[in-house]
Write a protein that binds this ligand. Sequence first.
Ligand code: HEC
Ligand code: HEC
Length: 348
Amino acid sequence: MKRSTLTTFVSLALLLSGSALADDQTLREKAARAGLAPLPETVPDPAGNPVTPEKVQLGKKLFFEPRLSASGLISCNTCHNLGMGGDDNLPTSVGHGWQKGPRNAPTVYNAVFNRAQFWDGRAADLKEQAKGPIQAGVEMANRPDQVVATLKSLPEYVTWFGEVFPGEDDPVNFENVVKAIEAFEVKLVTPGAPFDRFMNGADRAMSDEQKAGLVLFVDRGCTACHNGVNVGGQNYFPFGLIKRPGADILPPEDKGRFEVTHSASDEYVFRAAPLRNVALTAPYFHSGQVWDLKQAVSVMGTAQLGAELGDAEASQIAAFLRSLTGVAPQILYPELPVETAATPRPQL
Ligand code: HEC
Ligand code: HEC
């Protein structure tokens, strides 16, 4: 090979490999500018609720405790199954007496990063949120006084609450129940997704198809609503901003945030769904009517952007969304106290 040809060859090779690296770095910067970010290593304690290891352990027991429900059968984990992406994979949840609820269960993983809880953001934080399902007639159908009576009938809980909330006269109370559950939920984060590893510098953590999907996710405007560390969960938008989906996907009776604010402009407004682990949490939308992630992407294109995404584009974006599947914490299933003569009996 002539020397000049060799030089050209070498510099071309350098240029190519250099530009591949630069492309990854450019993509990272593009994603960051669009408001996307890797999950943080640590989560700050929720306001007014310092997180201690003992509180987390108590919260874990309560999360798996079916006796928080009137039937003694339904725990938080029934609908937020931690082995199944933190949800129940049903269109809408089934609760007390086999009743169907009106909405799809979102995942509890990374919920701590959401600006507010529920599809309509009606609970400000996880502590407030946890009071809802325990009392909802179609969920656990219980009452705070009954929950406290149940826990007080189980001596182990009395000891644990005393240890976790020292110096309180009457530590077994409803407020402390939800504080402990919140402390456990703060630990339900899933770092280490291919997207996070890519954002933290590992060029090869995402496939080329996933990277192409990320480019589209930003360029097509998905990040206008799905941004932040949880790729959503930050703000409210009309579902059907450009074109309202059919009544199967957007049932007319659920007006979303309107029920919270009673402002006409909030009709059919919902929180932009957080998209972390979305590959694990079908079916999609608050109605739970779409099982296929690619189809959910296409629905979003039409409804929110007025764009008919091509088949290849929808596939690439779905591939990117699969790069948001992180590593769930290892959770040892807790031993729960055995009932006593004083424990309220199941009401089925
Ligand atoms: C019968 C099923 C069921 C049970 C039991 C249940 N949930 Fe839920 N959960 C749901 C549904 C459905 C929603 C969404 C409701 C809505 O948005 O109106 C939800 C929403 C949530 C959210 C909000 C997540 C987000 O992204 O907004 C959290 C957190 C949560 N539940 C935690 C809990 C905890 C903690 C318990 C136990 C105390 C519990 N849930 C019990 C079905 C259930
Ligand atoms: C104008 C704001 C907006 C834009 C733009 C937008 N979304 Fe959404 N997205 C939402 C809202 C709001 C929801 C919740 C809809 C509901 O109530 O079910 C949602 C839900 C979703 C869901 C369902 C998640 C689940 O857990 O059920 C997916 C997937 C999704 N969006 C992907 C995308 C993609 C991909 C794009 C770009 C093509 C996009 N979105 C653009 C606001 C938006």
